[in-house]
Design a binder for this molecule. Structure first.
Ligand code: GAL
Length: 672
């Protein structure tokens, strides 16, 4: 891994000077300096300008841009520029265009219009990478390389003949022989047995449910094909450049189809793009979850927020603008949760093109605006926070997350369409957030040593080794909680027989004989006062203690919540979809049992997170409420420079970062 951090927190955004006359560029650099910008991503969508006709490169304009930035002291994250192919490629090679499952061709005119398995695209894109890297490897402005852009954002699934052939190659590698594939895909069902590799296709539009394992393997293959582009570009870069290499992930945007856990080892630093769901008043919880997940993908290391927005985006049904202070809270929440850089899409708001109504650091109205003033403020804030760079985030709780489990659980022909992967994850995460407790969101194969509590939402598909590791964690004194429809299938999406929740039966000390999903809108009640919906199941305790049972619904008297003592720890099972108050109560009990405390005793609506290095700790407090709050803290407040002598007064909407006096870093937790 190549070292990526400079001596400050990165601040800046995508810079697309090619959209502007050259006269604008020096004003850009002046404004960047005014705002404290120190890193911009350049060239992301520049292929058509850099290579206007096949094989003829025009670098003059980019030379001038990079020199100008360097003269202004602005560093560059230089793109390989392969994100969107120029029209000439599709014109000369129509076979590079992606196809939908129904065979429809997806034409150029938007972006990313290429088949991810196309050898022609691969060859032409790598030629571009070679040219760009060869030219700018030694440019003093360049401190980082940016492979493509949001790989797979639009073109992750392609069903064309080229993709079909690549899928067969991938399957041969996975299974070796057809018997193994037939077995894994369960092709004895519905007369689907394959006698020749050539008979196999991607799951193209079919009359009814396509084979589930074929679908699952196609999702795996599609993530791998995108990853292959990353790896191919990285390989070229590694021979030519010495700077660290990244590509921007889309963790937490509901983007389902890239298995970033498997991609993380292909980048020197994890970087992520995050946009708020503007209509959601609780969007800051989604932001926190995305940031904690990005950190989980980064193995706990600091990461870079490559894109977010200063205000509204252009691609939601109603693009709500950020209120004063909101962008600052958003940005500093990412820093609290491990980001060592805050970048935006984009520097200057476009005047043409599909994103002209997207906010930017410099709005259409120019620098005399709320947005630009807040941008300057943020630049100053990040400068004041330089010392937190490189520190890590405290978390005693892990939440297990696996993209393959997500793919599996949301395949068709399941017991209830209301069971979605994000649902219980969001619910449990929300309860932790409200309790002021930070969680790492990690792959099930992560070493669980050092955590006190492990939450396992809807882990439908799970590997035996990961179940065994969780068992060892509990046995050694940990607390775990597993929610319904977990442990159901193996990696081939075959049911684990003998009763649900399959892989977790022994750990949880329960055996379910049948699922009883609920009708739309139907609610059930538990004898501990909880309300639930969506899901119930006929659970038999098999070693576990019953904590709550149904009082109504299809299964009155049947256990809904159980706890199994295992070694020195305990494993809880949640067999129904508890509502928010009940989930909060459950999580409070789990935290108490595992002896997990919040980062600080903060009033409700105040986000508290602690970062730590070898000798210091920093408490981040973000007030999402509209009144001033007080919380215990002692130390230097970095954003104001003041000293906080035991109590922090945090005005409505404000953020504070306290470098804690060591002795109090722990005492703080005890103050009621
Ligand atoms: C990202 C993308 C940017 C821009 C932005 C708009 O998905 O990487 O290029 O399109 O969204 O929000």
């Amino acid at each position: 891994m190549r070292r990526w951090q400079g001596d400050s927190i990165y601040f800046g955004g995508d810079y697309n000077p090619e959209q502007w006359p050259e006269e604008t560029w020096s004003e850009d650099v002046d404004l960047m300096r005014r705002a404290g910008v120190n890193l911009v991503s350049v060239g992301i969508f520049s292929w058509a300008l850099l290579e206007p006709t096949p094989g003829r490169f025009e670098f003059g304009w980019l030379d001038r841009v990079l020199d100008l930035l360097h003269d202004g002291g602005i560093q560059v994250d230089l793109a390989t520029a392969t994100a969107s192919s120029p029209p000439w490629l599709a014109h000369a090679h129509p076979e590079t265009l992606p196809r939908r499952a129904d065979g429809a061709i997806l034409w150029p005119g938007g972006r990313q219009a290429y088949c991810p398995s196309s050898p022609v695209f691969r060859e032409r894109s790598l030629e571009l990478v070679r040219a760009v890297a060869g030219r700018y490897a030694e440019h003093p402005a360049v401190v980082m390389w940016h492979v493509s852009n949001e790989l797979g954002c639009h073109n992750v699934h392609c069903y064309c003949d080229v993709s079909a052939e690549a899928f067969r190659v991938w399957l041969r590698e996975r299974y070796g022989d057809l018997d193994r594939l037939n077995d894994a895909w369960g092709t004895a069902f519905w007369s689907q047995r394959y006698g020749d590799w050539a008979e196999i296709n991607p799951p193209r539009a079919a009359l009814t449910f396509a084979n589930p394992t074929q679908q699952l393997d196609f999702l795996r293959f599609s993530s791998d094909e995108q990853r292959a582009q990353l790896r191919a570009e990285r390989e070229v870069l590694q021979t030519l450049v010495r700077q660290p290499i990244t590509t921007n992930f889309m963790i937490g945007l509901g983007v389902k189809h890239m298995d970033y856990h498997s991609w993380a080892s292909d980048v020197d630093l994890v970087s992520n793009d995050h946009y708020l769901t503007a209509a959601d008043p609780q969007a800051h919880l989604g932001l926190a979850l995305a940031a904690d997940h990005t950190r989980g993908v980064a193995g706990g290391d600091p990461w870079l927020l490559m894109e977010h927005s200063t205000s509204a985006v252009n691609w939601q049904p109603r693009n709500v603008a950020k209120l004063p202070g909101q962008m600052r809270r958003n940005s500093l929440a990412h820093v609290a949760r491990g980001a060592d850089g805050v970048l935006f899409f984009q520097w200057r708001a476009s005047r043409a093109g599909a994103e002209k109504f997207h906010s930017a650091l410099v709005p259409h109205a120019g620098p005399d605006t709320k947005v630009f003033r807040e941008v300057c403020q943020l630049g100053a804030d990040l400068k004041a926070l330089a010392e937190v760079r490189g520190s890590r985030v405290d978390a005693d709780v892990a939440i297990l997350f696996d993209w393959e489990a997500w793919w599996g659980v949301e395949l068709d022909s399941h017991p209830s369409a209301d069971v979605t992967y994000a649902d219980r994850l969001n619910a449990l995460y929300g309860s932790l957030w409200r309790a002021g407790v930070t969680a790492d969101i990690v792959h099930p194969s992560t070493d669980l040593n050092g955590y006190r509590l492990v939450l396992v939402p809807t882990l439908y598909l799970v590997r035996d080794a990961d179940v065994a590791a969780l068992h060892r964690f509990v046995d050694a004194g940990g607390t775990a909680a597993v929610t319904y429809f977990s442990g159901i299938v193996d990696v081939d999406d075959h049911i684990r027989l003998g009763g649900y929740p399959g892989a977790f039966r022994e750990l949880l000390g329960v055996r379910t004989e049948e699922f009883f999903p609920l009708r739309e809108g139907e609610q059930v009640h538990l004898d501990d006062g909880s309300t639930a919906d969506v899901w119930t199941e006929w659970v038999h305790p098999d070693g576990a203690d019953v904590l709550a049972s149904y009082t109504d619904g299809p299964l009155p008297g049947v256990p809904a919540l159980t706890r199994h003592r295992v070694g020195d720890g305990a494993a809880w099972y949640v067999g129904t979809r508890l509502d928010e108050p009940a989930t909060d109560r459950l999580v409070a009990r789990l935290l108490a049992e595992a002896d997990v405390r919040p980062a600080a005793s903060a009033p409700s609506g105040v986000e508290v997170v602690r970062r730590r290095d070898a000798d210091r700790t920093w408490l981040f407090a973000i007030n999402h409420t509209d009144t001033e709050v007080r919380l215990p803290a002692r130390g230097v407040e970095l954003l104001t420079g003041g000293y906080c002598a035991g109590e922090l007064a945090l005005p409505a909407g404000e953020v504070a970062v306290v470098r804690e006096d060591r002795a109090d870093a722990f005492a703080v937790k005890e103050v009621p």
